[in-house]
Design a protein around this ligand. Structure first.
Ligand SMILES: [Zn+2]
Length: 575
């Protein structure tokens, strides 16, 4: 049996893994696209199906599919493993059971613990006829109650506490998960965070409970919704409520509907529209959008029409622009929220969803009246347009705006330019500065030797090793001794290099492949000599600099004998 990593690699291709994040174009045997890790106009992000690599030669991010997912999703290796296993339909549990001695890390404990508590709350609700009646009165079916594991926390300060201790969990873990609150650090008194509340477990996309939202049942209980605090497994901005249930529907329908509240999701689900998730905070973060982008590029928002909802909508639109998603806005005619609409009529909710407007049209259709309002609208819309990734689309909507407010396009463009710099709203922060484009001469030569294995049998000589920087020297030596031993051309070439060096070599080989992979044998051969000369030049420049500084040092120390010696060396060197 393969291990899960090999199993996943055998089922997924690197281009399929990358495609949801980057628009790829075929370029010879490889694909190219604009890097998702840094802002760029000419694509330096290369995907090689053959080498199973995705790498940016601008900012040097990427690697195999696990590395890529780790970087783009900001997760650790186990996190990437889960995401890819899910995508490849590989059951990790099957592999885990073969190795029973896996030690649980904190994250596992926290999700397991909250899963237990969710079960407790579910059982509580079954005995609580009044609360059940309240839920049914709000139109929630028994099927949805069990599907979303809605539960009930009793009016009890230590029910969850005792329950967890009984199950063998540590108090400290229950506090970390946010299920318990410690009164103060001096005493070790703790009590249950959630009391007399309707409980909505919040799960990650794999369906593990990571937090709770508790709705007050008494009118004057504040806050109306009490949420778990952030923890090792719960970051508000990384989770979408309902995603573990909705993801397969989102994929099937190639559309994700994003709403605001738990009840919006549940009612929609009950009405048969199941590709729905909630942001469960007001604004939608980049992380959450990226999470959705794994399943679809089409996203429709339906947020409340109040100020907070509209602000959240705008911020979500701006975030989504930077990810090049196809965004639409759903408006509800005569209903407060999707919950109300879906309960009243599944058809009306469905019609609203299919009547969603492209976000640029949605905002363009606003009707400002009065000069001030039109000025504000104009600036607002220009700022929005400034974030549109494709120039063609920008041009099209500039023309529409020009028509709407009767101002020529060039003047709008001028205004747009002058608004730049004033824009402070949440644009994608391009923190990854690009240090160098491409790779060093030594790396290039090693990439050449690696990619065109067997083509340079006579050229690759051990005596060249001194031309390389120390960190590359060993790799070259290994390759040279292999080349010279004339054994068969296979991975034996890499026997003496470390895992890390090996993966670097793959990246350099990809760089070479991308540049000159299609060249003729003769040209490739010439390129080898050129690369070697470049390396020799660099090397002598380095030596020159080194000699100069040693001469200066000798002068300062008054060591005229050494100075003379070094000067003679230097003279020989540059002659
Ligand atoms: Zn990059």
């Amino acid at each position: 049996m393969l291990d899960p990593i090999d199993e996943i690699k055998s089922r997924l291709s690197i281009e399929d893994v990358v495609a949801p994040y980057v628009q790829l174009k075929q370029a010879g045997r490889n694909f190219k696209g604009c890097c998702p890790f840094h802002q760029e106009k000419t694509p330096s992000f290369v995907v090689s199906p053959e080498k199973q690599l995705a790498y940016c030669f601008g900012c040097h991010k990427g690697g195999d599919m696990f590395k890529f997912i780790q970087e783009i999703e900001g997760v650790d290796f186990p996190g990437a493993l889960e995401i890819l296993a899910d995508k490849a339909s590989v059951e990790l549990a099957k592999f885990k059971s073969k190795t029973p001695s896996v030690t649980k890390d904190e994250r596992d404990i926290l999700t397991e613990l909250q899963g237990e508590i969710a079960d407790l709350y579910v059982r509580n609700l079954k005995d609580e006829s009044k609360v059940l009646a309240y839920l049914r009165g709000r139109g929630v079916s028994d099927e949805m109650i069990s599907e979303f594991k809605i539960g009930f926390a009793r009016d009890d300060f230590e029910e969850a506490y005792k329950y967890l201790l009984d199950k063998g969990y540590k108090k400290s873990d229950a506090i970390k998960a946010g299920v318990l609150i410690s009164k103060d650090t001096a005493s070790d008194k703790v009590y249950d965070r959630f009391r007399l509340r309707l409980m909505f477990p919040i799960s990650d996309e794999m369906g593990r409970v990571v937090a709770f939202g508790g709705r007050a049942l008494k009118k004057d209980d504040q806050p109306k919704y009490l949420n778990s605090p952030e923890s090792a497994v719960y970051h508000k901005g990384n989770v979408l409520y309902g995603l573990h249930l909705a993801k397969k529907h989102i994929k099937e329908q190639d559309l994700a509907i994003v709403v605001e509240g738990y009840m919006d999701v549940i009612s929609s689900y009950q009405a048969g529209i199941r590709n729905v998730v909630a942001s469960s905070g007001t604004a939608l973060t980049l992380k959450q959008l990226k999470l959705l982008k794994r399943y679809t590029k089409n996203i429709s928002f339906c947020f409340d029409s109040d100020d907070a909802g509209q602000e959240a909508l705008l911020r979500a639109c701006e975030n989504a622009q930077s990810l090049d998603l196809n965004l639409k806005v759903i408006t509800l005619d005569g209903y407060k929220d999707p919950d109300e609409c879906a309960k009243d009529s599944a058809d009306k909710w469905r019609d609203s969803v299919s009547g969603a407007k492209y976000y640029l049209d949605f905002y363009l259709d606003k009707q400002p009246s009065g000069l001030e309002a039109v000025k504000d609208f104009c600036d607002f819309y220009l700022r929005l347009l400034d974030g549109v990734p494709h120039p063609l689309e920008k041009k099209e909507y500039l023309a529409k705006l020009a028509k709407k407010i009767s101002l020529p396009v060039p003047q709008l463009e001028e205004r747009m330019e002058s608004l730049k710099g004033q824009v402070t709203r949440g644009k994608i922060n391009n923190a990854d500065s690009v240090e160098k484009v491409g790779i060093s001469a030594g790396e290039y030569l090693l990439g050449l030797v690696m990619h065109f294995r067997g083509k340079f049998d006579d050229q690759v000589k051990e005596e060249h090793a001194d031309l390389f920087d120390d960190d590359l020297k060993n790799i070259y030596k290994q390759m040279a001794s292999y080349y010279n031993s004339r054994a068969c051309i296979d991975d034996g070439l890499l026997d003496g290099v470390t895992e890390e060096e090996r993966s670097k070599l793959q990246v350099w080989a990809l760089y070479v492949d991308n540049r000159i992979g299609e060249w003729s044998d003769k040209d490739v051969n010439d390129e080898f000599w050129k690369a070697l000369r470049k390396l020799q030049n660099n090397c002598s420049k380095r030596k020159q600099i080194d000699l100069t500084s040693r001469i200066r040092e000798a002068q300062m120390n008054g060591d005229s004998k050494l100075e003379l010696e070094l000067m003679q060396k230097y003279a020989k060197f540059i002659s």
